[in-house]
Design a protein. Structure first.
Length: 115
């Protein structure tokens, strides 16, 4: 199983970024996918989740209305569109999948929001 995130970077407040997570090594279309983030000195928190065919979406209250999770099962990729970014969104963002009683994580991608 491999999850590879990309798309992070340094942006100013109010700008946008789109994160991608390319998955391999398992049947991607069968499982929920999640984005987590971890800011310095804080616990890792769930940002967004999507069901196998996108019919069920969940968001943390702090990102509702600004972030959108989506997936392309043909490309085995999950996305996180982040709009109206705030300094408090600064964190390492991780892609996650849980199956066969195990959590799988990507290596993370850094998002920094600063003027």
């Amino acid at each position: 199983v491999q999850l590879v995130e990309s798309g992070g970077g340094l942006v100013q407040p109010g700008e946008s970024l789109r994160l991608s997570c390319a998955a391999s090594g398992f049947t991607f279309s069968r499982y929920d996918m999640r984005w987590y983030r971890q800011a310095p000195g804080k616990e890792r928190e769930l940002v967004a989740a999507i069901s196998p065919f996108g019919g069920r979406l969940n968001y943390a209250d702090s990102v509702k209305g600004r972030f959108t999770i989506s997936r392309d099962n043909a490309k085995k990729t999950v996305y996180l569109q982040m709009n109206s970014l705030k300094p408090e969104d600064t964190a390492v963002y991780y892609c996650n999948c849980y199956f066969q009683n195990q959590n799988y994580w990507g290596q993370g991608t850094q998002v920094t929001v600063s003027s």
